[in-house]
Design a protein around this ligand. Structure first.
Ligand SMILES: Cc1cc2nc3c(=O)[nH]c(=O)nc-3n(C[C@H](O)[C@H](O)[C@H](O)COP(=O)(O)OP(=O)(O)OC[C@H]3O[C@@H](n4cnc5c(N)ncnc54)[C@H](O)[C@@H]3O)c2cc1C
Length: 420
């Protein structure tokens, strides 16, 4: 007896995207989500063209009237310079990014999956797998709205439960300590002066005026939301000596205290809510991505891009890939054939992102050295052509085939690098 063809644990961007693509293929998908929508998720709320491409694939309108704020590219601030770089002009990706708070972004994706035919049960917390005699996952245990235990059965499960990765943990799939991880905090501020920025703004150097002029560890962002507010935050990577030893919320306050008065971010009266933080699992820090009937999608598989901290696009891309592989696997006649097909998922993930994430892991180690970072910022940012290359590399935006000289160099580098 089964309750669905596929159970999806978690209705973040990864879970809802997987559910959408599976439902569109006519499969019976059950999504279990522990919270109720709308709900907050700690995030920068910034989407690059990679994520926009995924929204377009789901038939979601990205018109400004529908609550999105479009952006043209990235503004980099560092080395005493402000540089605006437009998203690259590519045939493979749209030429714009977006912002939207996760409060309704996640709900929009979940609703799109439901409209496509998926069943969503919110207020359902998955507590662990149901195993058959061979140790294969054939369903999940959960607690429902009333706290009563429930069991759901399906031949395939997608774990998309985010950075906590509880489902993978119950299967003994642990975090790898040799992969990068970041911690980031963000806060909303009412900022009429900055709310409708046409660029995502990235700060390579954060300064505090407390006790003189000091350089703070980490990197910051200010993303306009178009609704009178900005999402402002900072992140620190585990390659930094400050990682785990810093009060990140306090550091955010110190940085914002040094920003111009008319931005409104140095006045706590303009804050909309408290600063909130969470971890960013990067560079495939949890593997294997397929085991015993379970596919790991998004943050629970450590899929945040180590170069720029972007995770939504990778959660959605891995979800689409997982759905493609599952569609094929469910068409196979025997368990052995099915398993062989499902094993294509980690192999394809490795081939798509493995080399790039390996380079990203190296990049995180290098920028953990503040002296090296300062030299790179001061000598690199003043050179627009070099920064155009850096933007393509950091945002992983190249034509997969052909493209310009920069695309070909980046693609060659990621092919040569041993896969993470
Ligand atoms: C401060 C910060 C800023 C960031 N900024 C950006 C940014 O600007 N752009 C970007 O692209 N990425 C950003 N990221 C990363 C991004 O938030 C994640 O990569 C992304 O949310 C991953 O999506 P996901 O679907 O894998 O997981 P999640 O979004 O975490 O979704 C997981 C879902 O599973 C549910 N769940 C968890 N456990 C259970 C359970 N046991 N049972 C049922 N449901 C469960 C959760 O409630 C949640 O709805 C940022 C992260 C942080 C911390």
């Amino acid at each position: 007896m089964t309750d669905a063809d596929v159970i999806v644990v978690g209705a973040g961007p990864g879970g809802s995207t997987a559910a959408y693509h599976l439902a569109r293929h006519g499969f019976n998908v059950l999504v279990l989500e522990k919270t109720h929508f709308p709900r907050e998720k700690v995030c920068g709320d910034g989407l690059t063209p990679r994520a926009v491409k995924q929204l377009i694939k789901m038939g979601i309108s990205t018109d400004s009237e529908k609550g999105w704020l479009p952006n043209k590219g990235l503004r980099i601030i560092g080395g005493g310079i402000r540089l605006e770089l437009d998203w690259p002009d590519l045939s493979s990706y749209p030429g714009y990014g977006l912002t939207r708070t996760r409060l309704d972004f996640d709900q929009l994706l979940a609703d799109t999956a439901v409209d496509a035919g998926a069943t969503l049960k919110t207020g359902h917390t998955v507590t662990g797998p149901v195993l058959d005699d061979d140790g294969r996952v054939i369903g999940v245990h959960a607690t429902g709205e009333d706290g009563a235990p429930q069991t759901f059965h399906a031949p395939i499960t997608i774990a998309a439960d985010g950075v906590s990765a509880r489902f993978a943990l119950t299967m003994g799939i642990n975090k790898r300590a040799d992969r990068p991880i970041g911690v980031a905090v963000r806060q909303y501020f009412r900022s009429p002066a900055r709310h409708d920025d046409e660029y995502l703004e990235s700060w390579l150097e954060l300064r505090s005026k407390e006790g003189g002029d000091t350089l703070l560890p980490g990197y910051g962002w200010i993303f306009g939301l178009g609704d009178g507010r900005v999402n402002v935050g900072l992140g620190v990577l585990n390659s930094s000596v400050a990682f785990g030893k810093t009060n990140y919320r306090r550091m955010l306050g110190e940085w914002l205290a040094a920003t111009p008065d008319d931005w409104g971010m140095n006045d706590p009266a303009n804050a909309d809510g408290e600063p909130q933080g969470a971890a960013l699992p990067m560079g495939f820090n949890r593997v294997p991505h397929y085991s015993r009937g379970v596919l790991l999608v998004g943050d629970c598989g450590g899929m945040v891009n180590p170069f720029n901290g972007e995770g939504i696009a990778y959660a959605m891309e891995s979800a689409e890939l997982a759905a493609d592989v599952i569609v094929q696997a469910l068409g196979r006649a025997t368990d052995v054939e099915r398993d062989r097909t499902l094993a294509l998922y980690p192999a394809e993930l490795k081939s798509r992102y493995g080399g790039y994430y390996r380079l990203g892991t190296l990049f995180v180690k290098l920028i953990g050295n503040p002296r090296l970072m300062r030299v790179a910022t001061h000598h690199g940012v003043p050179h627009p052509a070099l920064m155009k290359f850096v933007l393509k590399l950091l945002a992983n935006l190249t034509e997969p085939r052909g493209g310009d000289a920069m695309d070909r160099v980046i693609n060659a580098m990621t092919r040569i690098a041993p896969a993470a």
